[in-house]
Design a protein around this ligand. Structure first.
Ligand code: ASP
Length: 441
């Protein structure tokens, strides 16, 4: 018998109807032995996610506002599912335990984690699987950094004693026993860690879309679905804003060479998208696919520094990076010329401190000129298929020129599997559509 780890996101476990679908999916394949669940998500447009309500409870507690009704809304959601599905768990006892803890003003991580905790208990009972808490298995250090190897060992040891289990996503604990969560959407990471620990054949990530699309459907009409994508390509696309899977979920699966399969709970017959290692890229190249996907985001600033003889001035770039470090700003790209270097930063990271940063550049780098280009959008066109072909960039730039898009910056990763262009924010959508049409028939 093989092992599949299946993680079900918030929308797949939002209510009794969704949980019934989820159960059917799990029962359809006996290899689906380890199930990781998110907290219940939105049931309809305008609904609340349990996690959001729990964070709101924390805000109320902090402001000394009554939170009982709010917590009752959370409790009612679970009780409705319990009644609806005819599951027998002593939810009231768990609610009492949480209510007691809420009186002690616990951390927001503790409060938020209760969404997954309660849900895993409920789902385990519904499936007849064991409930295995991840609090003692997913280990963080005192600073909140994930201890990957310790976690791996702990999960492996624990699950060796469980044939089938449901585990809550999203959280673990620090050495002093306090609950620590991942960032939002972090149940994906839990799923990947479990998959790695048990040596799963595949890590299935069940959500409400059938995998990745080649472009954002809000921009391109009916974009094609990506059937397979390498970890590296996905990393490039998610970094640039293609959602669906938490970025940090890729690493554990990649380390253990476990394919990730994004699936749709509402359309389980669709095979979804497979995220695999480099090896299978070769076969995909044979499919003659040039690009795998296009993604991007808006609101970057480019600071172009020019200094005569910069190329022979030692430590120039080091000093730029030192300034960014002092301001805790991440740079996205650093395209350079003979006597020029441009620093591309997200506006979010600059956080209103552009003038201060420019003053520092001025005084510590003494450039001949500084040009600032604001409101830039970055678009990454990604695909291993590009690297061994001639004319790809020509086609891309021609498409943009024909669409009347002015390119403000170009950067190509050394892997040659992406071409990044900077365009004005206002041209963002137009540029993505033009690239898509140039490469996808
Ligand atoms: N429930 C958490 C969130 O909403 C974690 C998750 O669903 O992955 O972010």
């Amino acid at each position: 018998m093989g092992i599949k780890v299946a993680k079900f996101g918030g929308s797949s476990v939002a209510d009794g109807i969704q949980l019934t679908k989820t159960k059917a999916i799990i029962q359809q394949d006996p290899d689906r032995r380890y199930i990781v669940v998110s907290a219940p998500g939105k049931r309809f447009e305008g609904d609340n996610k349990i996690t959001d309500l729990l964070y709101l409870c924390k805000t109320h507690i902090e402001h000394n506002l009554p939170y009982d009704q709010l917590f009752q809304v959370v409790a009612d959601r679970y009780m409705a599912v319990e009644v609806n599905l005819g599951v027998d768990v002593d939810l009231l006892c768990y609610f009492d335990e949480i209510r007691e803890n809420l009186k002690k003003n616990p951390s927001s991580d503790y409060i938020a984690s209760r969404g997954e905790y309660l849900n895993a208990i409920l789902v385990a009972a519904f499936l007849g699987y064991d409930f295995v808490d991840t609090a003692g298995l997913i280990k963080f250090d005192a600073k909140g950094k994930l201890l990957m190897e310790e976690t791996d060992r702990a999960i492996r040891e624990e699950l060796s004693g469980h044939e089938r289990a449901v585990l809550p996503g999203f959280y673990g604990s620090t050495p002093d026993g306090h609950i620590k969560t991942f960032s939002r959407g972090g149940s994906d990471i839990t799923g990947a860690l479990v998959a790695r620990a048990v040596g799963a054949d595949v890590y299935e990530n069940w959500t409400d879309v059938s995998g990745f699309l080649m472009a954002d459907p809000r921009i391109v009409k009916n974009p094609k679905q990506i059937q397979s994508i390498s970890y590296k390509e996905l990393r490039e696309l998610s970094y640039m804003g293609a959602g669906v899977l938490h970025e940090d979920a890729i690493y554990p699966a990649r380390m253990a060479n476990i394919p990730i399969n994004i699936r749709n709970t509402n359309n389980p017959d669709d095979e979804g998208t497979f995220i695999t290692s480099e090896a299978s890229d070769e076969s995909r190249q044979a499919e003659d696919r040039i690009i795998t996907g296009i993604a991007g985001s808006k609101d970057f600033t480019v600071v172009a520094l020019y200094k005569n003889m910069m190329s022979s001035e030692k430590g120039f770039v080091r000093r730029i990076l030192g300034i960014l470090d002092d301001y805790d700003i991440n740079f996205e790209h650093l395209p350079s010329g003979i006597d020029t270097v441009s620093v591309v930063m997200s506006n979010k990271s600059i956080d209103g401190r552009l003038d201060d940063v420019l003053d520092e550049f001025e005084s510590r780098l003494r450039p001949d000129s500084i040009d600032v280009i604001e409101n830039i959008a970055l678009i990454a066109t990604v695909g291993h298929g590009m690297s061994k072909r001639t004319g790809v960039s020509a086609a891309l730039f021609t498409a943009l020129a024909n669409a009347g898009v002015n390119i403000r910056m170009i950067d190509q990763g050394s892997s040659e599997m992406n071409i990044i262009v900077g365009v004005e924010n206002k041209d963002f959508e137009k540029a993505i559509r033009a690239i898509y049409e140039a490469f996808v028939q």
